[in-house]
Write a protein that binds this ligand. Sequence first.
Ligand SMILES: [Zn+2]
Length: 87
Amino acid sequence: MPNKISQCHSCKKDIIWLKTFKGKNIPVDAETVKDPEAKLFDRATMVCHFETCVDAEKFRKPKEEKTAPAKTETPPPAAEPEEEIPL
Ligand SMILES: [Zn+2]
């Protein structure tokens, strides 16, 4: 299936959402995506829209800071020492 072309909300440029090798969604300048069925972002041939968007700052800065309580990481349970059974 060919990729769906979207428009950047800020600059209205055509972008295609692809995935990085890490599986993260990334907006890519549609004009740099030569393969209409490309699924993965290729840094060698494609340009991430974050780098070209005039409003890139908006992407980087969260619009509103969520005041959700920070998750306190529970420390992993202490591993019980394996008892050596004397033979
Ligand atoms: Zn943009």
